[in-house]
Design a protein around this ligand. Sequence first.
Ligand SMILES: [Zn+2]
Length: 472
Amino acid sequence: MKYVLITALFLGSVFSLAAQTTAFIGVNVIPMDRERVMANQTVIIEKGVIKTIGDAGKVKVPKNAVRVDAVGKYLIPGLVDMHTHLLSDSDEYPDYIAPDELRVMVANGVTTVRFMIGTPELLSLRSRSASGEIDAPTLFVASPHLTGREQGNNFVVNTPDEAREAVRKSKAAGYDFIKITTFIKSEAYEAAVEEAAKQKIRVVGHADSRFVGVERAWKAGQQIEHLDGYMELLLKPDAPMKGSVSDLYIYQPDNWKSFDHMDEARIPEIARKTVASNPYVNPTHHFMKNSFGRLRTEDEIRAQPDFRFYPAKVQQGWFDFYKKNKMINTVPLEKRARWIELREKLIKAIHDAGGKIMVGSDTPEFMWLYGFGVHHELVALRESGLSNYAVLAAGTRNGHEYLGSLNVAGTIEKGKRADLVLLNADPLKDINATKDRVGVMLKGKWHTHAELNRWLDEIAPKIASSYIEHKK
Ligand SMILES: [Zn+2]
Protein backbone atom coordinates (compact mmCIF):
# COMPACT_ATOMS: atom_id res chain seq x y z
CA MET A 1 0.00 0.00 0.00
CA LYS A 2 2.72 2.37 1.02
CA TYR A 3 4.68 1.46 -2.10
CA VAL A 4 1.71 2.17 -4.35
CA LEU A 5 1.12 5.51 -2.70
CA ILE A 6 4.73 6.58 -3.13
CA THR A 7 4.67 5.55 -6.78
CA ALA A 8 1.48 7.50 -7.37
CA LEU A 9 2.97 10.60 -5.80
CA PHE A 10 6.12 10.22 -7.82
CA LEU A 11 4.25 9.83 -11.10
CA GLY A 12 2.01 12.69 -10.09
CA SER A 13 4.92 15.07 -9.77
CA VAL A 14 6.54 13.97 -13.02
CA PHE A 15 3.45 14.00 -15.17
CA SER A 16 1.46 16.86 -13.66
CA LEU A 17 3.35 19.34 -15.81
CA ALA A 18 2.51 17.61 -19.02
CA ALA A 19 -1.06 16.75 -18.07
CA GLN A 20 -2.33 20.05 -16.79
CA THR A 21 -4.10 22.40 -19.19
CA THR A 22 -5.12 25.71 -17.64
CA ALA A 23 -7.23 28.56 -18.99
CA PHE A 24 -7.20 32.09 -17.57
CA ILE A 25 -10.62 33.36 -18.61
CA GLY A 26 -11.33 37.04 -19.30
CA VAL A 27 -8.00 38.32 -18.00
CA ASN A 28 -6.24 41.63 -18.67
CA VAL A 29 -2.85 40.63 -20.06
CA ILE A 30 0.21 42.84 -19.51
CA PRO A 31 2.48 41.13 -22.04
CA MET A 32 5.55 43.36 -21.45
CA ASP A 33 6.54 43.29 -25.13
CA ARG A 34 5.75 47.01 -25.01
CA GLU A 35 3.65 49.25 -22.76
CA ARG A 36 0.09 48.02 -23.19
CA VAL A 37 -2.75 46.08 -21.59
CA MET A 38 -4.68 43.53 -23.66
CA ALA A 39 -8.14 43.63 -22.07
CA ASN A 40 -10.48 40.64 -21.62
CA GLN A 41 -8.33 37.83 -23.00
CA THR A 42 -8.36 34.09 -22.54
CA VAL A 43 -4.92 32.55 -22.14
CA ILE A 44 -4.49 28.79 -22.53
CA ILE A 45 -1.51 27.00 -21.02
CA GLU A 46 -0.58 23.51 -22.19
CA LYS A 47 2.42 21.40 -21.26
CA GLY A 48 4.05 24.27 -19.41
CA VAL A 49 3.87 26.63 -22.37
CA ILE A 50 1.59 29.52 -23.41
CA LYS A 51 -0.48 27.97 -26.18
CA THR A 52 -3.09 30.60 -27.02
CA ILE A 53 -3.80 34.26 -26.23
CA GLY A 54 -6.97 35.71 -27.69
CA ASP A 55 -10.21 37.62 -27.13
CA ALA A 56 -12.21 35.92 -24.38
CA GLY A 57 -15.27 35.78 -26.63
CA LYS A 58 -13.44 33.90 -29.39
CA VAL A 59 -11.03 31.46 -27.76
CA LYS A 60 -12.35 27.92 -27.32
CA VAL A 61 -11.41 26.50 -23.91
CA PRO A 62 -10.47 22.79 -24.02
CA LYS A 63 -12.83 20.55 -22.04
CA ASN A 64 -10.10 19.16 -19.78
CA ALA A 65 -8.74 22.59 -18.84
CA VAL A 66 -8.61 23.89 -15.28
CA ARG A 67 -10.56 27.15 -15.61
CA VAL A 68 -9.33 30.18 -13.67
CA ASP A 69 -11.93 32.95 -13.60
CA ALA A 70 -9.71 35.97 -14.14
CA VAL A 71 -12.23 38.66 -15.10
CA GLY A 72 -10.93 42.03 -13.91
CA LYS A 73 -7.55 40.52 -12.91
CA TYR A 74 -4.12 41.25 -14.41
CA LEU A 75 -1.64 38.71 -15.74
CA ILE A 76 2.08 39.58 -15.72
CA PRO A 77 5.22 37.57 -16.51
CA GLY A 78 6.86 35.89 -13.49
CA LEU A 79 9.26 38.11 -11.56
CA VAL A 80 13.05 37.84 -11.76
CA ASP A 81 15.43 38.34 -8.84
CA MET A 82 18.88 39.05 -10.27
CA HIS A 83 20.67 39.12 -6.93
CA THR A 84 19.90 36.78 -4.11
CA HIS A 85 21.33 34.10 -1.82
CA LEU A 86 19.93 31.32 0.37
CA LEU A 87 20.18 31.12 4.14
CA SER A 88 21.41 27.56 3.58
CA ASP A 89 24.42 28.90 1.62
CA SER A 90 25.95 29.45 5.06
CA ASP A 91 26.73 26.76 7.62
CA GLU A 92 24.17 28.29 9.99
CA TYR A 93 21.34 26.52 8.17
CA PRO A 94 21.13 22.94 6.87
CA ASP A 95 21.08 22.25 3.11
CA TYR A 96 17.76 20.40 3.39
CA ILE A 97 15.81 23.68 3.81
CA ALA A 98 16.92 24.91 0.37
CA PRO A 99 13.88 23.62 -1.58
CA ASP A 100 11.62 25.34 0.95
CA GLU A 101 13.61 28.54 0.59
CA LEU A 102 13.04 28.36 -3.16
CA ARG A 103 9.29 27.87 -2.61
CA VAL A 104 9.21 31.11 -0.59
CA MET A 105 10.41 32.82 -3.77
CA VAL A 106 7.74 31.13 -5.89
CA ALA A 107 5.07 32.05 -3.34
CA ASN A 108 6.07 35.67 -3.95
CA GLY A 109 5.74 35.37 -7.73
CA VAL A 110 9.48 34.99 -8.37
CA THR A 111 10.00 32.45 -11.13
CA THR A 112 13.61 33.15 -12.20
CA VAL A 113 16.53 33.77 -9.90
CA ARG A 114 20.23 34.50 -10.21
CA PHE A 115 22.32 33.44 -7.22
CA MET A 116 25.25 35.78 -6.86
CA ILE A 117 27.61 33.59 -4.85
CA GLY A 118 27.79 30.05 -6.12
CA THR A 119 28.09 26.78 -4.22
CA PRO A 120 27.97 23.16 -5.46
CA GLU A 121 24.58 22.82 -3.68
CA LEU A 122 23.16 25.66 -5.78
CA LEU A 123 24.34 23.93 -8.98
CA SER A 124 22.53 20.79 -7.87
CA LEU A 125 19.37 22.79 -7.10
CA ARG A 126 19.60 24.34 -10.58
CA SER A 127 19.39 20.83 -12.10
CA ARG A 128 16.67 19.64 -9.73
CA SER A 129 14.58 22.69 -10.67
CA ALA A 130 15.19 22.18 -14.38
CA SER A 131 14.14 18.51 -14.23
CA GLY A 132 10.91 19.37 -12.36
CA GLU A 133 11.95 17.42 -9.27
CA ILE A 134 11.31 20.46 -7.06
CA ASP A 135 8.87 23.39 -7.38
CA ALA A 136 11.45 26.12 -7.80
CA PRO A 137 12.26 29.12 -9.95
CA THR A 138 14.53 28.65 -12.97
CA LEU A 139 17.98 29.15 -11.49
CA PHE A 140 21.17 30.81 -12.68
CA VAL A 141 24.24 30.51 -10.49
CA ALA A 142 27.30 32.77 -10.42
CA SER A 143 30.62 31.29 -9.31
CA PRO A 144 31.98 31.26 -5.77
CA HIS A 145 33.20 34.82 -5.49
CA LEU A 146 36.70 35.87 -6.41
CA THR A 147 38.07 37.94 -3.54
CA GLY A 148 41.39 39.04 -2.11
CA ARG A 149 40.55 37.74 1.36
CA GLU A 150 38.98 34.62 2.88
CA GLN A 151 35.25 35.28 3.33
CA GLY A 152 33.58 31.90 2.73
CA ASN A 153 32.21 30.35 -0.50
CA ASN A 154 35.04 32.02 -2.38
CA PHE A 155 38.24 31.71 -4.38
CA VAL A 156 40.94 33.80 -2.71
CA VAL A 157 42.91 35.16 -5.66
CA ASN A 158 45.97 37.26 -4.97
CA THR A 159 47.96 36.56 -8.12
CA PRO A 160 47.05 36.55 -11.82
CA ASP A 161 47.58 32.78 -11.93
CA GLU A 162 45.20 32.19 -9.04
CA ALA A 163 42.63 34.38 -10.72
CA ARG A 164 42.91 32.51 -14.04
CA GLU A 165 42.63 29.17 -12.32
CA ALA A 166 39.53 30.27 -10.39
CA VAL A 167 37.87 31.31 -13.66
CA ARG A 168 38.75 28.04 -15.40
CA LYS A 169 37.50 25.96 -12.45
CA SER A 170 34.25 27.93 -12.28
CA LYS A 171 33.61 27.52 -15.98
CA ALA A 172 34.37 23.78 -15.82
CA ALA A 173 32.06 23.32 -12.82
CA GLY A 174 29.19 24.83 -14.83
CA TYR A 175 28.67 28.20 -13.16
CA ASP A 176 26.86 30.79 -15.30
CA PHE A 177 28.92 33.88 -14.38
CA ILE A 178 32.17 34.86 -12.70
CA LYS A 179 31.45 36.80 -9.53
CA ILE A 180 33.92 39.40 -8.29
CA THR A 181 33.68 40.92 -4.81
CA THR A 182 36.17 42.85 -2.69
CA PHE A 183 39.87 43.16 -1.79
CA ILE A 184 40.82 41.88 -5.26
CA LYS A 185 43.95 43.59 -6.56
CA SER A 186 44.01 45.08 -10.03
CA GLU A 187 46.49 42.50 -11.50
CA ALA A 188 44.28 39.65 -10.32
CA TYR A 189 41.20 41.43 -11.65
CA GLU A 190 42.79 41.96 -15.07
CA ALA A 191 43.75 38.30 -15.27
CA ALA A 192 40.25 37.16 -14.27
CA VAL A 193 38.64 39.38 -16.90
CA GLU A 194 41.04 38.18 -19.60
CA GLU A 195 40.55 34.51 -18.75
CA ALA A 196 36.76 34.96 -18.56
CA ALA A 197 36.75 36.38 -22.08
CA LYS A 198 38.79 33.40 -23.26
CA GLN A 199 36.39 30.98 -21.53
CA LYS A 200 33.35 32.89 -22.84
CA ILE A 201 31.82 33.53 -19.42
CA ARG A 202 30.64 36.93 -18.22
CA VAL A 203 32.02 38.85 -15.23
CA VAL A 204 29.58 40.33 -12.70
CA GLY A 205 29.68 41.86 -9.25
CA HIS A 206 31.46 44.54 -7.27
CA ALA A 207 33.97 47.15 -8.41
CA ASP A 208 36.02 47.74 -5.28
CA SER A 209 37.12 51.38 -5.52
CA ARG A 210 40.33 50.77 -3.61
CA PHE A 211 41.82 48.45 -6.25
CA VAL A 212 39.61 48.15 -9.34
CA GLY A 213 37.06 50.94 -9.54
CA VAL A 214 34.16 51.56 -11.85
CA GLU A 215 36.22 52.96 -14.72
CA ARG A 216 38.28 49.77 -14.99
CA ALA A 217 35.13 47.66 -14.63
CA TRP A 218 33.55 49.70 -17.46
CA LYS A 219 36.50 48.91 -19.67
CA ALA A 220 35.96 45.21 -18.96
CA GLY A 221 32.24 45.50 -19.72
CA GLN A 222 31.52 44.04 -16.29
CA GLN A 223 27.93 44.04 -15.09
CA ILE A 224 28.16 46.04 -11.85
CA GLU A 225 26.03 45.28 -8.77
CA HIS A 226 24.76 47.72 -6.09
CA LEU A 227 26.02 50.80 -8.01
CA ASP A 228 29.23 49.81 -6.31
CA GLY A 229 31.94 52.46 -6.66
CA TYR A 230 29.55 55.06 -8.11
CA MET A 231 29.63 57.44 -5.13
CA GLU A 232 33.40 57.60 -5.51
CA LEU A 233 32.91 58.74 -9.12
CA LEU A 234 30.93 61.72 -7.86
CA LEU A 235 33.61 62.93 -5.44
CA LYS A 236 35.14 66.27 -6.45
CA PRO A 237 38.87 65.99 -7.27
CA ASP A 238 39.80 68.34 -4.40
CA ALA A 239 37.81 66.38 -1.81
CA PRO A 240 39.95 65.55 1.23
CA MET A 241 38.94 61.87 1.07
CA LYS A 242 39.09 59.30 -1.72
CA GLY A 243 36.40 56.96 -0.47
CA SER A 244 32.72 57.64 -0.23
CA VAL A 245 29.93 55.25 0.59
CA SER A 246 30.08 52.14 -1.57
CA ASP A 247 30.48 48.56 -0.48
CA LEU A 248 32.37 48.02 2.80
CA TYR A 249 33.16 51.77 2.93
CA ILE A 250 29.61 52.15 4.20
CA TYR A 251 30.73 51.08 7.65
CA GLN A 252 33.30 53.87 8.02
CA PRO A 253 31.54 56.88 9.59
CA ASP A 254 34.19 59.26 8.24
CA ASN A 255 33.41 58.33 4.65
CA TRP A 256 29.91 59.75 5.04
CA LYS A 257 31.53 63.20 5.28
CA SER A 258 32.17 62.82 1.55
CA PHE A 259 28.64 64.09 0.93
CA ASP A 260 29.96 67.61 1.52
CA HIS A 261 32.12 67.14 -1.61
CA MET A 262 29.87 65.70 -4.29
CA ASP A 263 29.61 66.90 -7.88
CA GLU A 264 26.11 66.06 -8.99
CA ALA A 265 26.68 67.63 -12.42
CA ARG A 266 28.67 64.53 -13.35
CA ILE A 267 25.65 62.24 -13.21
CA PRO A 268 24.59 62.48 -16.88
CA GLU A 269 28.08 61.65 -18.11
CA ILE A 270 28.41 58.75 -15.67
CA ALA A 271 25.07 57.43 -16.88
CA ARG A 272 26.16 57.69 -20.52
CA LYS A 273 29.43 55.88 -19.88
CA THR A 274 27.63 53.18 -17.93
CA VAL A 275 25.26 52.47 -20.78
CA ALA A 276 28.11 52.49 -23.31
CA SER A 277 29.99 49.88 -21.27
CA ASN A 278 27.17 47.61 -20.11
CA PRO A 279 23.59 48.89 -19.99
CA TYR A 280 22.47 46.20 -17.49
CA VAL A 281 22.58 47.68 -14.02
CA ASN A 282 21.40 46.00 -10.83
CA PRO A 283 21.34 48.67 -8.12
CA THR A 284 19.81 46.50 -5.31
CA HIS A 285 18.51 49.87 -4.23
CA HIS A 286 15.91 48.84 -1.68
CA PHE A 287 18.47 46.80 0.20
CA MET A 288 20.97 49.66 0.35
CA LYS A 289 18.41 52.34 1.05
CA ASN A 290 16.48 50.58 3.77
CA SER A 291 19.37 48.77 5.46
CA PHE A 292 21.79 51.73 5.73
CA GLY A 293 19.95 54.86 4.60
CA ARG A 294 16.51 54.98 6.10
CA LEU A 295 16.90 53.02 9.34
CA ARG A 296 14.10 50.76 10.49
CA THR A 297 12.85 50.77 14.06
CA GLU A 298 12.62 47.49 15.93
CA ASP A 299 8.82 47.69 15.71
CA GLU A 300 8.96 48.12 11.94
CA ILE A 301 11.17 45.07 11.64
CA ARG A 302 8.86 43.00 13.82
CA ALA A 303 5.90 44.01 11.65
CA GLN A 304 7.52 42.74 8.42
CA PRO A 305 5.74 39.72 6.88
CA ASP A 306 9.10 37.96 6.52
CA PHE A 307 10.16 38.48 10.16
CA ARG A 308 8.73 35.14 11.27
CA PHE A 309 11.08 33.22 8.96
CA TYR A 310 14.13 34.26 10.98
CA PRO A 311 15.23 32.32 14.10
CA ALA A 312 14.90 34.25 17.37
CA LYS A 313 18.69 34.23 17.79
CA VAL A 314 19.16 35.82 14.37
CA GLN A 315 16.42 38.41 14.98
CA GLN A 316 18.13 39.38 18.24
CA GLY A 317 21.51 39.46 16.49
CA TRP A 318 20.29 42.07 14.01
CA PHE A 319 18.58 44.15 16.69
CA ASP A 320 21.87 44.18 18.59
CA PHE A 321 23.77 45.08 15.43
CA TYR A 322 21.49 48.05 14.82
CA LYS A 323 21.90 49.16 18.45
CA LYS A 324 25.67 48.86 18.55
CA ASN A 325 27.04 49.58 15.06
CA LYS A 326 29.10 52.74 15.14
CA MET A 327 28.22 53.94 11.65
CA ILE A 328 24.53 53.33 12.13
CA ASN A 329 24.51 55.25 15.39
CA THR A 330 26.67 58.22 14.42
CA VAL A 331 25.99 59.18 10.79
CA PRO A 332 23.36 61.94 10.69
CA LEU A 333 20.11 61.31 8.85
CA GLU A 334 20.63 64.16 6.39
CA LYS A 335 23.85 62.53 5.12
CA ARG A 336 21.96 59.28 4.62
CA ALA A 337 19.17 61.12 2.84
CA ARG A 338 21.69 62.71 0.49
CA TRP A 339 23.19 59.28 -0.27
CA ILE A 340 19.75 57.90 -1.12
CA GLU A 341 19.00 60.97 -3.25
CA LEU A 342 22.22 60.61 -5.27
CA ARG A 343 21.68 56.89 -5.76
CA GLU A 344 18.17 57.55 -7.04
CA LYS A 345 19.39 60.27 -9.40
CA LEU A 346 21.97 57.83 -10.79
CA ILE A 347 19.35 55.10 -11.29
CA LYS A 348 17.01 57.50 -13.06
CA ALA A 349 19.81 58.96 -15.21
CA ILE A 350 21.05 55.50 -16.25
CA HIS A 351 17.50 54.52 -17.16
CA ASP A 352 16.96 57.76 -19.11
CA ALA A 353 20.25 57.23 -20.96
CA GLY A 354 18.96 53.90 -22.28
CA GLY A 355 20.19 51.64 -19.49
CA LYS A 356 18.42 48.45 -18.50
CA ILE A 357 17.79 48.54 -14.79
CA MET A 358 17.22 45.09 -13.27
CA VAL A 359 15.62 43.98 -10.02
CA GLY A 360 17.91 42.48 -7.39
CA SER A 361 16.91 42.05 -3.76
CA ASP A 362 20.28 41.13 -2.22
CA THR A 363 18.36 39.08 0.32
CA PRO A 364 18.34 37.37 2.86
CA GLU A 365 20.79 39.59 4.79
CA PHE A 366 19.70 42.30 7.25
CA MET A 367 16.39 40.52 7.77
CA TRP A 368 15.03 41.08 4.31
CA LEU A 369 13.92 37.72 2.96
CA TYR A 370 14.04 36.60 -0.68
CA GLY A 371 10.76 36.73 -2.52
CA PHE A 372 9.37 39.54 -0.38
CA GLY A 373 12.47 41.61 -1.19
CA VAL A 374 11.67 41.68 -4.91
CA HIS A 375 8.48 43.64 -4.26
CA HIS A 376 10.40 46.08 -2.06
CA GLU A 377 12.87 46.62 -4.90
CA LEU A 378 10.07 47.32 -7.38
CA VAL A 379 8.80 50.06 -5.04
CA ALA A 380 12.32 51.43 -4.50
CA LEU A 381 12.82 51.75 -8.27
CA ARG A 382 9.46 53.51 -8.59
CA GLU A 383 10.61 55.92 -5.87
CA SER A 384 13.75 56.53 -7.94
CA GLY A 385 11.54 58.05 -10.61
CA LEU A 386 11.06 55.18 -13.06
CA SER A 387 7.57 54.73 -14.51
CA ASN A 388 5.51 51.74 -13.40
CA TYR A 389 6.10 50.17 -16.81
CA ALA A 390 9.88 50.68 -16.58
CA VAL A 391 9.84 49.18 -13.09
CA LEU A 392 7.88 46.15 -14.24
CA ALA A 393 10.28 45.72 -17.17
CA ALA A 394 13.14 45.81 -14.64
CA GLY A 395 11.44 43.01 -12.71
CA THR A 396 10.57 40.82 -15.69
CA ARG A 397 12.02 41.15 -19.18
CA ASN A 398 15.27 43.04 -18.45
CA GLY A 399 16.67 40.22 -16.32
CA HIS A 400 15.83 37.66 -19.01
CA GLU A 401 17.45 39.85 -21.64
CA TYR A 402 20.66 39.85 -19.65
CA LEU A 403 20.45 36.14 -18.84
CA GLY A 404 19.89 35.36 -22.52
CA SER A 405 16.53 33.72 -21.83
CA LEU A 406 14.12 36.30 -23.27
CA ASN A 407 13.38 33.87 -26.10
CA VAL A 408 11.80 31.44 -23.60
CA ALA A 409 10.45 33.68 -20.81
CA GLY A 410 10.12 37.26 -19.56
CA THR A 411 7.08 38.30 -21.61
CA ILE A 412 3.62 36.84 -22.19
CA GLU A 413 3.73 35.51 -25.73
CA LYS A 414 2.68 32.36 -27.48
CA GLY A 415 5.29 29.62 -27.14
CA LYS A 416 6.94 31.00 -24.03
CA ARG A 417 7.30 29.19 -20.72
CA ALA A 418 4.21 29.72 -18.59
CA ASP A 419 5.82 31.55 -15.64
CA LEU A 420 3.06 33.96 -14.73
CA VAL A 421 1.59 35.92 -11.83
CA LEU A 422 -2.12 36.76 -11.65
CA LEU A 423 -2.83 40.01 -9.76
CA ASN A 424 -5.97 41.60 -8.33
CA ALA A 425 -5.05 45.08 -9.57
CA ASP A 426 -3.14 46.83 -12.36
CA PRO A 427 0.59 47.23 -11.58
CA LEU A 428 0.90 49.80 -14.41
CA LYS A 429 -1.32 52.05 -12.26
CA ASP A 430 0.30 51.22 -8.90
CA ILE A 431 3.38 49.02 -8.66
CA ASN A 432 2.30 47.86 -5.19
CA ALA A 433 -0.25 45.67 -7.02
CA THR A 434 2.50 43.05 -7.54
CA LYS A 435 2.12 42.07 -3.87
CA ASP A 436 -1.60 41.38 -4.26
CA ARG A 437 -1.56 38.04 -6.05
CA VAL A 438 -4.42 35.74 -6.99
CA GLY A 439 -1.96 32.97 -7.73
CA VAL A 440 1.30 32.03 -9.39
CA MET A 441 1.85 29.79 -12.39
CA LEU A 442 5.26 28.15 -12.32
CA LYS A 443 6.31 26.32 -15.50
CA GLY A 444 2.66 25.76 -16.33
CA LYS A 445 1.61 24.58 -12.88
CA TRP A 446 -1.03 26.74 -11.22
CA HIS A 447 -0.75 27.55 -7.51
CA THR A 448 -3.59 29.47 -5.88
CA HIS A 449 -3.29 32.26 -3.33
CA ALA A 450 -4.54 29.91 -0.59
CA GLU A 451 -2.04 27.21 -1.49
CA LEU A 452 0.87 29.67 -1.60
CA ASN A 453 -0.08 31.13 1.78
CA ARG A 454 -0.20 27.60 3.15
CA TRP A 455 3.34 27.05 1.88
CA LEU A 456 4.52 30.19 3.67
CA ASP A 457 2.78 29.22 6.94
CA GLU A 458 4.35 25.79 6.79
CA ILE A 459 7.84 26.93 5.75
CA ALA A 460 8.34 29.87 8.16
CA PRO A 461 8.62 27.77 11.35
CA LYS A 462 10.58 25.11 9.48
CA ILE A 463 13.31 27.55 8.46
CA ALA A 464 13.27 29.38 11.80
CA SER A 465 13.75 26.14 13.75
CA SER A 466 16.48 24.77 11.47
CA TYR A 467 19.09 27.25 12.69
CA ILE A 468 22.41 25.71 13.70
CA GLU A 469 24.12 27.73 16.39
CA HIS A 470 27.89 27.92 16.16
CA LYS A 471 29.62 28.80 19.40
CA LYS A 472 32.24 31.46 18.79
ZN1 LIG B 1 24.67 39.75 -2.44
